[in-house]
Design a protein around this ligand. Structure first.
Ligand SMILES: [Zn+2]
Ligand SMILES: [Zn+2]
Length: 278
């Protein structure tokens, strides 16, 4: 698999909302992984305001533009948009996009919880503009419910959104699903839940690409501690990668989500790149 890693130096060195400076050790922490022959490091450009306005209201954008973290969020969304486009062009098969200040709590007109711009919204709008209509799947394994992402795609039955959080719900004709993972779990039980609740749905849905909002706030000792170990996250990626190979020719795009533990980030992301490249 050819893998793109999207990282900008401006994503480190600042105390980003909720996640802090967890990328302080990057890109050095992944220097061996990005040397693999089929891995390429990309420096993302900021997403255009024009594309953001196809997902967010002008008033939300005005509010976010005034915040100090706006540029970091724009670079993160820009990485996601570019990664998705390069995957659909066939230049790469899979991607890992480093993200600060953007993600699943950003909806059309409201945003909170450390994520102030949508990553998947602009990426999917851009793909449809360039490649025509298409179905996409979004897997969310951050600790928290992806309310903003859900609001953006509610009513769009060509987007499957399966969110592992703290409630059980199936809506929008079965294309929007919440899976309650409980207050504490184990690596094995969580992986089984993904096998049971995500894999059959995405196999039936047949998307062109799987997006994965991968929070590690679920790790032991982090702010969304579910009892998972660091070893869980590479195993989860292996599972979803195998699924993507069956479902959509391996097209798989991971966006980093919640979690503030720097040691966890430095452990899991190099391993995740190696798994994607393997
Ligand atoms: Zn979270
Ligand atoms: Zn949810």
């Amino acid at each position: 698999m050819r893998v793109g890693v999207f990282f900008h130096e401006e994503l480190r060195g600042r105390d980003w909302p909720i996640i802090g400076n967890k990328f302080a050790g990057f890109p050095e922490a992944m220097k061996e992984a990005v040397k693999l022959p089929n891995v390429r490091l990309y420096k993302p450009k900021p997403v255009s305001e024009e594309l953001l306005l196809k997902v967010h209201s002008p008033s939300l954008l005005e509010r976010v533009k005034d915040a100090w973290y706006y540029h970091g969020a724009r670079l993160s969304v820009g990485g996601c948009v570019e990664a998705a486009e390069r995957i659909m062009r066939g230049e790469i098969d899979a991607a890992l996009v480093f993200n600060v200040a953007a993600g699943h709590h950003a909806g059309p007109d409201s945003a909170w919880g450390g994520t102030y711009l949508s990553c998947t919204g602009p990426a999917i709008v851009n793909l449809r503009e360039k490649f025509g209509p298409g179905r996409f799947a979004i897997l969310d394994t951050d600790r928290h419910h992806g309310d903003g992402c859900r609001a953006i795609f509610m009513g769009d039955r060509d987007v499957l959104h399966v969110c592992f959080c703290d409630r059980s719900l199936v809506e929008d004709g079965g294309t929007k699903v919440d899976v309650d993972v409980g207050w504490s779990t184990t690596d094995g039980a969580y992986l089984e839940l993904v096998m049971r609740e995500f894999v059959p749905r995405v196999e039936e849905f047949k998307p062109k690409l799987i997006f994965h909002f991968l929070g590690h706030d679920t790790c032991q000792g982090d702010y969304g501690d579910l009892g998972l170990t660091m070893q869980f996250f590479p195993r989860l990626v292996q599972l979803v990668k195998t699924c993507a190979e069956r479902v959509c020719q391996g097209r798989y795009l991971i966006i980093t989500g919640g979690g503030y533990r720097r040691d966890v980030a430095e452990y899991i992301f190099p391993r995740i790149i190696e798994i994607l490249a393997g």
